[in-house]
Ligand binder design. Structure first.
Ligand SMILES: CCCCCCCC/C=C\CCCCCCCC(=O)SCCNC(=O)CCNC(=O)[C@H](O)C(C)(C)COP(=O)(O)OP(=O)(O)OC[C@H]1O[C@@H](n2cnc3c(N)ncnc32)[C@H](O)[C@@H]1OP(=O)(O)O
Length: 220
């Protein structure tokens, strides 16, 4: 299926790739925050630009075309390392390390200055993106995954940059629709509430009882 790539990798090879690329994304994430906040003199900015150009050219000498997509291994394990919210290789991702405890799906994350909207507060669109992902993952974890059909968000109060929790749980399932609700929590107070409807797309439903391995499984 489009964007899905099967790779014959062992768990050891995946662990090695993770150890290689996660620090790369971490360093670039730090670079993004440093870019927002730096106050060094102009020659130092010029030097930084040159170093970044060199690094970008080096990484570009061999690279995937288009996007990372979803990579599967034959045992049905799914890697979503390019994902904008959780992708291990994606410096744009905060990143969210989404976990599961009982019926609750959640992520504890520190939101840096590069995600600012209103002064000192997290941008509402970034909050929406995180909720989209965490609500979607609740549907996946409950075994009733789908694409976001509808996402409704109520911003009750500003969410300060810094440590937050994003959490979700499946409320009910109606046919191909999974209804999920979630919250953003700061210091035990709910700042944002969300409700989503996640729908298993017709293209996947048409695969019948035998969807390709991994497509319905939690990714990482
Ligand atoms: C293709 C391969 C990939 C599949 C992978 C699936 C498994 C997912 C696994 C892992 C997820 C991980 C977590 C992700 C987290 C991040 C999520 C995102 O960022 S997702 C990107 C943003 N969302 C979109 O781009 C959706 C764009 N829209 C669509 O693709 C379709 O409109 C879709 C799938 C939402 C519905 O299409 P239909 O063809 O399946 O729908 P119809 O058959 O007409 O309706 C089915 C039922 O759904 C209702 N429905 C249809 N659209 C709805 C909507 N937008 N909102 C609410 N209900 C809707 C209908 O009324 C109908 O309900 P009644 O069964 O009659 O009760």
């Amino acid at each position: 299926m489009f964007g899905h790539v099967m790779e014959d990798l062992t768990p050891e090879e995946i662990a090695a790739a993770s150890q290689l690329y996660a620090p790369l994304a971490d360093r670039v994430r730090e670079l993004v925050a440093a870019t927002v906040l730096t106050e060094v003199p102009a020659p130092d900015v010029a030097k930084a630009i040159q170093l970044i150009e060199e690094a970008t050219a080096l990484l570009g000498t061999k690279a995937v075309e288009g996007s990372f997509g979803v990579r599967w291994t034959p045992d049905g394990k799914r890697r979503t390392w390019g994902n904008a919210i959780v992708g291990l290789r994606n410096p744009i991702a905060p990143p969210l390390d989404i976990r599961q405890r009982g019926d609750l799906t959640y992520a504890d994350v520190v939101i840096g200055p590069q995600y600012e909207g209103p002064p000192t507060l997290v941008h509402g669109g970034i909050i929406a993106a995180m909720l989209d992902q965490v609500l979607g993952d609740a549907a996946v974890n409950a075994g009733v995954p789908g694409m976001t059909g509808t996402l409704r968000i109520r911003y009750n109060r500003g969410t300060p940059l810094g440590p937050i929790r994003v959490q979700s749980a499946v409320d009910r399932v109606e046919g191909v629709k999974t209804f999920v609700s979630g919250q953003v929590i700061v210091d035990d107070a709910v700042t944002v509430e969300a409700e989503g409807i996640f729908i298993l797309p017709k293209a996947v439903r048409d695969l019948g009882d035998n969807p390709p391995p991994g497509i319905l499984a939690p990714g990482d």
